[in-house]
Design a protein around this ligand. Sequence first.
Ligand code: NAG
Ligand code: NAG
Ligand code: NAG
Ligand code: NAG
Ligand code: NAG
Ligand code: NAG
Ligand code: NAG
Ligand code: NAG
Length: 422
Amino acid sequence: MGYRAVLVVMIFMIKSVCKVSSVGKEGCHPDDLKALEDFKARITYDDSHRLKTWTGVNCSKWEGISRDNITGRVTEISLPGPITKGGAPAQTTMVGELSPSLHLLSSLRVLDFIGNLTKLKSLNLNGNQISGPIPESLGNRTSLTFLDLRSNNISGAIPEPISENLINLETLFLGSNFLTGPLPENIGNMQKLVDVDLSNNKIQGGIPNSIGNLKYMTRILLNSNLLTGIIPSSFGNLQKLGVLALGHNQLEGTIPSSLGNMPSLRNLELSWNNLSGRIPSTFGRLAKLMWLSIDHNMIEGPLPESFGNLTGLSRLDLSYNQINSVLPEPFAKIGYLFVLMLQNNQFTGTISQTFLNLKNLRELNLSNNLLSGQIPFRKPLIDFPPSSYSGNRGLCGVPLGPCSISPSPAYYPEPETMGFSF
Ligand SMILES: *[C@@H]1O[C@H](CO)[C@@H](O)[C@H](O)[C@H]1NC(C)=O
Ligand SMILES: *[C@@H]1O[C@H](CO)[C@@H](O)[C@H](O)[C@H]1NC(C)=O
Ligand SMILES: *[C@@H]1O[C@H](CO)[C@@H](O)[C@H](O)[C@H]1NC(C)=O
Ligand SMILES: *[C@@H]1O[C@H](CO)[C@@H](O)[C@H](O)[C@H]1NC(C)=O
Ligand SMILES: *[C@@H]1O[C@H](CO)[C@@H](O)[C@H](O)[C@H]1NC(C)=O
Ligand SMILES: *[C@@H]1O[C@H](CO)[C@@H](O)[C@H](O)[C@H]1NC(C)=O
Ligand SMILES: *[C@@H]1O[C@H](CO)[C@@H](O)[C@H](O)[C@H]1NC(C)=O
Ligand SMILES: *[C@@H]1O[C@H](CO)[C@@H](O)[C@H](O)[C@H]1NC(C)=O
């Protein structure tokens, strides 16, 4: 046999070896099978009927299971509650077997099926009713890049091994559960994180400074928890962050001026906290900002002059604070602003004719301020209900009562000493 023939035979042999071990040509790995069967056994209710397909040894045929092309090991379990049935969206539910006591060890079993899935990369059980805590053993699945357990009944704290070991995790979705305890102090270890949703839980304590190490992060949702302490200034390091939601917590102190250093920020939500002080003048650098909500805090003082730079704003909610500026000229580009909520502050001055440029304004509330003068008598301003303007002693005209023919001096706008020129 010539050299070429030997080579061809060798390549053929290698190919057939590969074929034998390639996915689908043999059953699934016994460890994977055992782990998946164990998972199935603990699901007591499954109206999606996907687990009915989980029979036999060829787990390639099982719904929601994906395997590695080369090794054949299971890499993905995707059984979210929301599914598409015959083209239409439907909500299905799996309920996990819950031991009578919520004691850690017994509940561990609920999710501990991952114990043997050493190559698992992706786990999606979004929108079911899986209960019990997140098992610490999940922290041993260092191959995991995607974890979505949103909208389940998961309780307990986020185990330290998760942040310690899951260094390849890019997506961490645990929102809308019953998680308690603090955020892991070493969350900054998970260097590859891009997208985090821990919203709508009962997570307590402070936001660790190390969160500022997560330089690839594009979205952080921590809203609707029980977080306390200050907003770490290290957030300002996150150059790719587009969405930061910290609303509905118990954060206090001032808004760090470093937040103005985030060039990608589009949506900043700080509502319903105990934040005080002024809005930092660095906010004028947030050239991409579209949504800004700081309502229901204790923000005071005038708006920074640099606010006029935020020409891309489409939604601004500063209601329920103690801001005492002259009402700024609308600075947004014509037609950009959809929602403007400034009620329950101490804005002074008049509503200028420039407000008539806000062609797309859908929601406006200026009530309970110190505004005066006549509301410009044109669309869109006259289309809002009286409650958009009420509680301003000096304000008059449609949709409020008529201005008196010779208004008393109190009806004249105050001198605009603090006015802006945008
Ligand atoms: C396993 O299932 C896959 C996908 O349905 C199929 O391509 C493959 O031939 C099956 N393997 C065996 C051994 O039945
Ligand atoms: C595995 O197969 C899928 C579909 O055939 C392909 O898109 C993917 O690139 C393959 N992955 C690897 C690592 O070969
Ligand atoms: C993995 O599965 C084997 C049996 O296949 C079992 O003996 C072992 O305890 C399992 N390991 C874990 C960590 O669950
Ligand atoms: C994680 O892995 C380590 C070493 O492989 C092992 O000692 C430990 O028991 C595992 N922890 C869990 C919770 O499975
Ligand atoms: C999950 O939580 C919801 C809302 O609290 C509750 O109605 C449901 O009974 C819980 N399910 C389980 C299996 O615990
Ligand atoms: C935060 O605000 C709430 C409501 O105004 C108040 O009850 C609470 O005492 C404040 N907490 C702190 C720490 O200031
Ligand atoms: C306003 O924006 C311009 C251009 O984006 C920038 O150079 C300037 O520093 C900003 N002004 C303030 C006060 O932030
Ligand atoms: C404006 O805000 C006040 C005070 O919160 C509220 O009572 C009123 O209903 C609001 N009106 C509109 C149109 O949003």
